[in-house]
Design a protein around this ligand. Sequence first.
Ligand SMILES: Cc1cc2nc3c(=O)[nH]c(=O)nc-3n(C[C@H](O)[C@H](O)[C@H](O)COP(=O)(O)OP(=O)(O)OC[C@H]3O[C@@H](n4cnc5c(N)ncnc54)[C@H](O)[C@@H]3O)c2cc1C
Length: 389
Amino acid sequence: MDFALSADQREIQALAREFAEAEIEPHAAAWDREHRFPRELYAKLADLGLMGVCVPEEYGGAGADFLSYILVLEELSRADAGVGVTVAVHTSAATLPILTFGTEEQKARFVPPLARGEHLGAFALTEPEAGSDAGALRTRAARDGDGWTISGAKQWITNGTYAGTFLLFARTDPDTPGARGVSAFLLDGEHVRVTRDEEKLGLNSSITNDIVVEGARVGRDRLLHEEGRGFRVAMATLDGGRIGIAAQALGIAQAAYDVARSYAKERHTFGKPIAEHQAIQYKLADMSTEIDAARLLVYRAAWLKQEGQPHTEEGAKAKLFASEMARRQTAEAIQILGGYGYTKEFPVERYYRDAKVTEIYEGTSEIQRLVIARSVLGLRQAERTLAQG
Ligand SMILES: Cc1cc2nc3c(=O)[nH]c(=O)nc-3n(C[C@H](O)[C@H](O)[C@H](O)COP(=O)(O)OP(=O)(O)OC[C@H]3O[C@@H](n4cnc5c(N)ncnc54)[C@H](O)[C@@H]3O)c2cc1C
């Protein structure tokens, strides 16, 4: 067993960290306050190859491995979790499924512009009445000659406003309820109308939209994978995607720990730094231990994925633990900073708000527990409750 990162992985990690410290972290508080999506940042990330880190070079990417991509997400999220989710959805949820399920023609056509960061990708599964129970989705792709006409509404679509490519799920067979009648389609920005910007508790530098598709006519070249097998695309995508969200949670928790640790050494009460009070020492010890544990779970899941080994259970465990850990430990960071922690003078209240969503999207904690339980009990995944997990 080798826990060391390779020279290439360390290099990409250092590149992402340097960039995040110089170009993201100094602006993160303002972007949060102003709810500003930093569109210009993604061209800079693209110049460094970070919009397609683990995409093969022949498709316009940097050709690094999946763990390198996870390291990048961790570093970006440490500076700003909104940037982290923008890149995570763009890469894991939009670009990689095209590489996994696309025809040669689809890969050559759709992947390079995404990997080069010429436009952003989005993943459109959730609907007002289909979240965890994604198999209940109602967006309809009706047969129309040799193609389909797609109509429906999707909710909470990350990157919606700026996306040039949408991986969108629609029901091709209205007579088959649940997951089996669903197919996956590749749509352009022009096929989609954004109807709303969501106001959120945190992640204010990311954009989350309601969208509608109103009779978009698409041919066979837009169908990803086989007709009626879209749920398989969605579930495989979320299997990998949730490792990215786990890395996002890890980055947020690391940022909170860094601030809490240095504050504890400087803030004095009762004649000594609070770091010398045992109650504060215990908090920092627990934070550091839980962050380490999460990191090992996240890197293991990423390694399994890049080795082509099963990673459903391990990815769910990584996301479940890392996200709940991030929520717990960002709260502890506020506690260590006392009143200052509750103010905007320090970033820990932002970390706390940002951490919460990692327990919700790409499968809630409850759904991760279902996935893990089914795996450890050897139960077959029942299609309708497979859900976003
Ligand atoms: C900021 C943000 C960004 C998002 N981005 C995207 C995106 O880009 N693309 C996209 O498609 N979606 C996106 N989503 C949607 C997200 O994936 C869903 O919110 C999530 O899957 C949960 O679905 P829901 O909100 O409908 O909750 P529900 O499914 O209604 O669940 C409500 C509660 O019931 C619990 N629950 C549900 N079913 C079960 C069960 N079988 N057993 C036990 N408990 C259960 C849930 O865990 C939760 O606690 C985003 C959401 C947010 C908040």
